[in-house]
Design a binder for this molecule. Structure first.
Ligand SMILES: Cc1ncc(C[n+]2csc(CCOP(=O)(O)OP(=O)(O)O)c2C)c(N)n1
Ligand SMILES: [Mg+2]
Length: 404
């Protein structure tokens, strides 16, 4: 036997000593109890109420400030007219596309008015109206939708991030801004808007998780308008509600009637105040409905029936407000007329401004993306250049060009 060899007895003895407690003959198995487990935070206060919160037509309306209600009403009427005008502009070829928020004006207006001037709004492509209600020039707000590469306004001046077309990407941006503001000691809250479809994006998850872990002063407003283009909510999620998703991240979820402007304003106002005093983020789900098609490029009759749309028209945000205000003697025919006239003046000015042809160079699309263009972008730019040259050549050659 060499120096490293062990006798059979030695090997058995070694094996016995390295046996686990279960294997050792005769030893009782006593598992060590794990440390006591309990939820890290009590989930109960985070859960949304099962009924969406309402103010208009309930006892809660008595406590609402009449001046605020009238202001919200005027903005709703102006917003509805803005949606109609912008949609008409798409038909006249003045706008490439317009995602209308008709039926959702209460969310748009309430989001804008729940913020202070120093706060930031992070809108999606459907939220032009929120930007306008926050004070952005109505024509400037449509710049991007005319096909310009630029968003049309200075985000820093208005504290409104560019209207985001990629779904949910505005959410981590909002969290980043809010977290940075907190680190700098700025008293700033960010309110980010997203659709029901956007809640299935990875960016939604990352934003909410980061916001809750870092207690960032941010408010997430999900406008659940029933659809993501043609995809109904039932195919979007199996969650009890979108507001319930908040609990998994460790923030409160609130459900609100998204067509009740006073309710949305109150709920968002509370969430903003909470974020400002260091209480962290809130997820608000506003139940509403997209009355128009997804955009002017969509035919909604292919995936939903008229009766559904008609049922939602009965629960119209402007009608709810008018019923409340007239019932309390705060609004009469003159008041209704003057709100409509103010909206008409805004629409006339918008039409006039949009009648001027914008001076756009499609090649600008490739500027300002990277400091140094990638090879793919250079290729695409060359392709577009060739197409534009061919088009202008065709124009000059007329019928001869077409004949070939
Ligand atoms: C990252 C990304 N994926 C897909 C799209 C295409 N898209 C544009 S709008 C839309 C539906 C979004 O629905 P929702 O979030 O409910 O917003 P809504 O249009 O109803 O306001 C989709 C899938 C996109 N813009 N961005
Ligand atoms: Mg939607």
């Amino acid at each position: 036997m060499g120096p490293y060899a062990r006798s059979h007895e030695e090997v058995l003895a070694l094996k016995k000593s390295s046996m686990t407690v279960q294997e050792r003959p005769g030893a009782a198995y006593r598992p060590t109890p794990p440390p006591a487990w309990k939820p890290r935070t009590d989930p109960a206060p985070l859960l949304p109420d099962p009924e969406p919160y309402r103010v208009l037509g309930t006892d809660a309306a008595a406590g609402a400030d009449p001046e605020l209600l009238l202001r919200l009403y005027a903005e709703l009427v102006r917003g509805r007219r803005y949606n109609a005008q912008a949609t008409a502009l798409t038909k006249q070829g003045r706008l490439a596309v317009y995602p209308s928020s008709t039926g959702q004006e209460a969310c748009e207006v309430a989001a804008a008015l729940a913020l202070e001037e120093r706060d930031w709004l992070f809108p999606s492509y459907r939220d032009t109206l929120a930007a306008v209600a926050r004070g952005l020039d109505p024509a400037q707000a449509l710049t991007l939708l005319r096909g310009d590469w630029h968003t049309g306004y200075d985000p820093y001046e208005h504290r409104i991030a560019p209207l985001s077309t990629p779904l949910a990407t505005q959410l981590p941006h909002a969290v980043g801004l809010a977290h940075a503001a907190r680190l700098k000691g700025d008293d700033v809250v960010a309110l980010a808007m997203v659709g029901d479809g956007g809640t299935s994006e990875g960016d939604f998850h990352e934003a909410l998780n980061f916001a809750a872990v870092w207690q960032a002063p941010v408010v997430f407003l999900v406008q659940n308008n029933g659809f993501a283009i043609s995809v109904p909510l039932s195919k979007q999620t199996a969650a009890p509600s979108l507001a319930h998703k908040a609990v998994g991240y460790g923030m409160p979820g609130r459900l609100v009637d998204g067509n009740d402007v006073a309710a949305v304003h109150e709920v968002l106002g509370e969430a903003v105040a909470r974020a400002r005093r260091g209480g962290g983020p809130t997820l608000v789900e506003a139940i509403t409905y997209r009355i128009d098609a997804h955009t002017n490029a969509d035919d909604a009759t292919r995936y939903r029936g008229d009766s559904e749309v008609e049922a939602w028209r009965e629960h119209d945000p402007i009608r709810l407000m008018e019923t409340e205000l007239t019932g309390r003697g705060l609004l009469d025919e003159d008041g209704v007329r003057s709100a409509a006239e103010a909206a008409e003046t805004m629409a006339a000015q918008l039409r006039e401004r949009m009648n001027a042809d914008p001076v756009l160079n499609p090649m600008d699309l490739f500027e300002h993306v990277y400091a140094e263009q990638t090879s793919q972008l250079r290729e695409q730019a060359a392709q577009l250049r060739a197409e534009l040259d061919a088009e202008s050549g065709e124009g000059a050659q007329g019928a001869e060009g077409d004949a070939r």
